[in-house]
Design a protein around this ligand. Structure first.
Ligand SMILES: Nc1ncnc2c1ncn2[C@@H]1O[C@H](COP(=O)(O)OP(=O)(O)OP(=O)(O)O)[C@@H](O)[C@H]1O
Ligand SMILES: CC(=O)N[C@H]1[C@@H]2OC[C@@H](O2)[C@@H](O)[C@@H]1O[C@H](C)C(=O)O
Length: 397
């Protein structure tokens, strides 16, 4: 025990740290594994991505997570088993990745594991005034620490909530430390299952930086495709959506939800944006709509339109550059719709030196770097963005 605490102290005091960031998002496509080297902390952070891979989940594993994730009712035995199983499986995947990179396990200082979000229930979702914002990520990190022998930080979102946030988006902390620019106003847009962005006004302005969820990214398209085309988990290269026509009436109904009137920042998840949301909208349509391809085209336009609308409401006439990351950037139709809507070329975070597929995993590694090594808090507390370190520490023995 004491030796692990002393080890942690020496990692905290070392000039550099090797940290593995792990992210498995709402799309349930697999585990993102980013091997990073950090020098410094706070605004002086220098992060080098040494290796990155996504190890896809097997169909069986994904469907077992889907049985409980984002469901209003779930089997508690399955939840309990998955909590341990995801932890164990995560450790195996980390060891597998390190082996494939020929990188010694003993050279890794810390693992930062996001875990699997099972349910996200901010007050705006659960509507119980006296209860706090709430969120649940599973994949217990004691299993990761014991199986890999590496000190592991996990469960980052609870402290955010305890200190006044909604538990998301956490990308704000890393985005603002790594990507704030003195001259350029920036939007860092991530299109995962849920889309979110960080607004980073340049050092020259007195505008306020923050991150917010926007609404659905890929999640409704993915859910609809899986329901209509067994065996498909997403619409590769938007082939199906591109063969359909956007139904403007359905789109208008999808857009008319009170969620889009909440102030920024706000958070959400597939608990809200799901097939039931689509069915409810279809029922409100006067003429029953449309072919599956038309529905896919409309869902794609829905994701694009809420992104465009939210960014335009925020930026108004202020000039900015947009840097995209997340799986949705590989969807050509979605990108075209966003780019046309904003009348801007979308750049990727690669332009800023970070692999866009690795970004979220890297940013959890950065949260661990701050938690372990920052001599002082790099942020000022603001509503929705508490100034706290995040991550619980699991020791290997
Ligand atoms: N070639 C492609 N064509 C169309 N869509 C794609 C393509 N590649 C990836 N996607 C979409 O990206 C999704 C995966 O995105 P990503 O891994 O960023 O999600 P996530 O990290 O789980 O989400 P979140 O950030 O909400 O937690 C896929 O499920 C799919 O919808
Ligand atoms: C509760 C939860 O897991 N939220 C995720 C999800 O995926 C995207 C969006 O919804 C974002 O709020 C968050 O992840 C990113 C990494 C974040 O916290 O910044």
């Amino acid at each position: 025990m004491k030796s692990q605490i002393l080890k942690l102290a020496s990692i905290a005091n070392a000039p550099t740290r090797t940290i593995i960031g792990l992210m498995s998002g709402t799309s349930l496509d697999g585990l993102d594994i980013a091997l990073c080297q950090f020098k410094g902390t706070g605004p002086g952070t220098v992060c080098r991505l040494l290796e990155f891979t996504t190890i896809p989940y097997t169909d069986d594993f994904r469907s077992r997570i889907k049985e409980i994730a984002f469901q209003p009712l779930a089997d508690l035995c399955k939840l309990t088993v998955l909590n341990a199983e995801i932890g164990t499986y995560t450790a195996e995947l980390v060891l597998q990745a390190l082996k494939s990179w020929n990188f010694p396990v003993t050279d890794v200082d810390i693992i930062a594991s996001h875990g699997q979000t099972i349910f996200h229930a901010p007050k705006s979702f659960h509507l119980q005034n006296s209860a706090p914002n709430a969120t649940l990520q599973i994949g217990d990190a004691d299993h990761i620490a014991v199986k890999t022998g590496i000190i592991t930080l996990s469960d980052f979102r609870q402290k955010h909530i305890a200190a006044g946030g909604e538990g998301a988006p956490l990308v704000f902390y890393g985005d603002s430390l790594l990507f704030t620019d003195q001259q350029e106003n920036r939007i860092l847009l991530n299109i995962g299952g849920i889309s979110n962005f960080t607004w980073l006004p340049s050092g020259e302005t007195d505008l306020t930086a923050f991150s917010t969820d926007v609404g659905p990214g890929n999640t409704m398209m993915d859910q609809y495709i899986s329901s209509q085309f067994p065996g498909k988990s997403f619409d590769q290269d938007a082939i199906i959506a591109s063969s359909g026509t956007v139904n403007e009436q359905l789109l208008k109904i999808l857009m008319a939800d009170p969620f889009f009137k909440l102030g920024l920042p706000r958070t959400t998840g597939p608990e809200y944006f799901n097939l039931k949301y689509l069915e409810d909208a279809l029922q409100k349509c006067e003429k029953p709509v449309c072919s599956p391809a038309d529905i896919m085209a409309t869902l794609c336009a829905f994701s694009a339109r809420v992104i465009v609308q939210t960014i335009q409401q925020l930026t108004g006439d202020i000039p900015y550059q947009i840097y995209v990351s997340g799986g949705g950037m590989h969807n050509p139709l979605l990108n075209k719709m966003i780019s046309e809507g904003l009348n801007l070329n979308l750049q990727s975070t690669q332009e800023l030196g970070l692999n866009p597929d690795a970004k979220e995993a890297v940013l959890f590694a950065l949260l661990a770097n701050e938690c372990i090594a920052a001599p002082q808090q790099a942020f000022k507390s603001r509503p929705g963005i508490p100034a706290v370190t995040m991550g619980k520490i699991s020791l290997p023995d």
